[in-house]
Each structure stands twice: as structure tokens, then as C-alpha cells.
Design a protein around this ligand. Sequence first.
Ligand code: GDP
Ligand code: MG
Length: 437
Amino acid sequence: NLSERLERSFKILKGEGKITEINVAETLKDVRRALLDADVNYKVAKTFTDTVKQKALGQNVLTAVKPSQLMVKIVHDELATLMGGETAELNLQGHPSVILMAGLNGAGKTTLSGKLALMLKSKKRKNPLLAACDIYRPAAIEQLKVLGEQIGIPVYSEPDNKDAVQIAQNAVKEAKAKGYDVVIVDTAGRLAVDEQMMQEIAAIKHGINPDETLFVVDAMTGQDAVNTAKEFNDRLDFDGVVLTKLDGDTRGGAALSIRTVVNKPIKFVGTGEKMEAIDQFHPSRMADRILGMGDIVSLVEKAQEQYDEEEARRLQKKIAKNQFDFNDFMSQIQQIKKMGNLKDLASMIPGVGKALKDVEIDDNAFKSIEAIIQSMTPRERTNPEILNTSRRQRIAKGSGTNIQEVNRLIKQFDQTRKMMKMVTGSKMGKMMANMPK
Ligand code: GDP
Ligand code: MG
């Protein structure tokens, strides 16, 4: 998936403090490929990566996160912004408010009519009426009636009338007369965009002047969904999009393409055949889905919130000069603790969460380490070399631990110091160390 790809292509970036043009170019190629794989339209993907490039260049990378992770966050946020940022609500101003369904056969219009009616009844205390205006397939009226019965919503139909516009208008009249406050108009689709269907749906729209025209589209149709959306929008100027069948393993890239191409909000997503399987559309969640990642974004956010950039810089300098001491070790532990429950943090990293399921890590893990460091004198903390056996014994006593634990910590500290020296690598490390503050 995309976050793994980013991980790979950002290997070269490790240890560097900034995202630079050269590094970004390679990664964006990967992002573009991943978007295409997720059914995002070619042009949309290109525009998208250009924008991300502008945003990414020159961003400072905190020590607490890897450039690849920061990059995922930038990509994620930009995806969410492109998909509308906020959740879009239904317009229910009219008396009654009228909602018109449009879309190809099998897109999920009839199912969605039922789902919306149930949702408006149970969550918004509305009193909806369903209108059966698919007059071409004999089974269509029956299908809506069965759904209506199942969810306890009446269905208006005229089995012998061959004029869909008239039926829709009569349904609105019926609603006014009988006090229904929402009319949901189910219509006929075709297997492909066709002139007769377009004329009919446009005539219905003109005839009832709906508050909401919803374009319903099967998310699994990928690229085709974009073209269909465009043709429907050119003709109908619809108000919102509903993506159905997102319960499958579609990547949801259609959401991004449709939103960008027709510039209309996605309002709902269908997530199953059951009447309850409908959700409001959340741009941020869809971005997660397109990227196919764990919750790396909130991990980065948390780290950005908590990690002190100045402190990181100071540390890096010390490490480069081989002056990393027990005070720094302690302040690193404080940083990690500030970032929240360790297990929570770890579980947000894709792949790591599962592995840690049965492992116990919590803040107590640091207790004896902290106690040992606190029992050192300031001179011992800054000059760990002087920690001889008698000093170690004193520290063990003072911290309520034992000599083995003290030895183990000092050994770990030495290893950490060596490792850090290696990681910061000669080149970058020296540069950081010589940087004016
Ligand atoms: P219409 O021709 O546009 O009215 O489409 P229908 O509402 O009849 O739906 C076509 C098929 O898709 C039916 O079998 C529905 O049960 C199914 N369907 C509709 N929405 C969803 C959804 O969100 N998820 C799944 N898995 N199936 C759906
Ligand atoms: Mg139908």
C-alpha cells in the first residue's frame, strides 16, 4: 500500500532535517502511481502531486517523525481537503423537502431511497414518503414497496401511469395533502448514459424542483464513475454525490476524482445491502482509505504536538559531539512519556499494532530507569565514564533497585549512545553540530 511505498522511497531521507526537491520527486512518482491504482483519474493525480510537492518542499522534519511519515500526513491532509474538508449536509429546506435520485441501473438508487428514508425518520424525526418513479421495470415498484414495508415508510406509486414526471408531481402533492415532510423520489436508470434517460430525469427535476438532487454511483466502477458523474452533472447540475458499495474492497479513489471533476460534495456512502448501511461522508476517513494506511496520520499529529523541536535540535548537536549523557537520556524518556501511552502509540504504526497485542508496555516500564538516573549525582549523569563499581552499588541502593539493573541500564545507555552516533552519521551529524543556534 501507499504508506509502505512512501516508507521505501524515503529511505534516502533518513536523518535529514528537511524535505528537499530531489527527494520529493521520486516519492511523488510513487504517490501518483498509488493514486492511479486507487482509481484516481490521471489528471486529478497529476494536479494533486503538484500541490503536494509545493506543500512538502522545505517542511521541517521533526526528529520524532520520519520524513516518510510527515509526507504521508501531507498527502493525507491534501486528499481530505480536495474531497471537501468538511462533511456536507443535506438541504432539507422545502415544505415538503424533495430529494431526487439519479444514476445508472444498479448504482443503488432504490436501496439508497430506503436507507435515506429510514435515516431521516430515525435520526431527524422526519416523516418521509417514498415515490416510485421507475416505471420501466415492473419489478422496480415492487422492490421499493418491499423496502418501504420493511422500514415502515409508505410508498407512493401509480402502476398504470406511464408518465414519470406526473407521478413525481403527484407524490409531492400527496405529501403536502397528508403532511409528509420529505419526499424521496426513486427514478429509473439505464445501463449506460443515454439520451432518453437524461431527458426523463431532467424533466422530473424541472417538474418537481427538488431541494436535493443526488447522483448515486457505484464506487466499484472506478474510472467509469467519473465519466458518468460528469455527464449527469452537465445535464442535471446535481447537488451531491452518494458513493455506494464501499463495503467491498474498493479503494475509494473515485471519491477524489468525482469530487475534483464535478466539484460537488459527496454527501453519503453506502456500506452494505442492509437499510442501516449508510454513513455520512467523512473526507478524512476516505483519505485514510485511499492511502490504505493504519493511523499513521494521528501518530504524526501527536508527535508534532508533543515533540519539542528545540530540544530535538539541542540533542542532535550533543549526539554528534558525543556528549549525549544521562540527563539527555532522561529527557528523552520524558518526551516519549508525553506522547501518551506507549502501546497506543505503537499500535498506530501499521503492522506494529498486531505484533504488540499481547505485549505489556506502559509508563511503568520507565519507573526503575528514572529512579536509577535520579540517584546519580549531576557529575555522574554528565560523565557516565566515572560510574565505577562502588558508585553503581550506591546508586542501586538509592534507587531501590539492584546492581544488575543498574549495570543493565548503563550498558543500554552505552549502546544507545553508540547507535545514535552511527545513525546521525558523520556527514549530517557534523553539519548539525556546527549549525549556529
Ligand atoms: P438501482 O438500480 O440504482 O435502483 O440499484 P438498487 O438499489 O436496486 O441496487 C442494486 C444492487 O446493489 C442491489 O442488489 C443492492 O442490494 C445492491 N446495493 C446497493 N447499495 C449497496 C451498498 O452500499 N453495498 C452493497 N454491498 N450492495 C449495495
Ligand atoms: Mg432502482
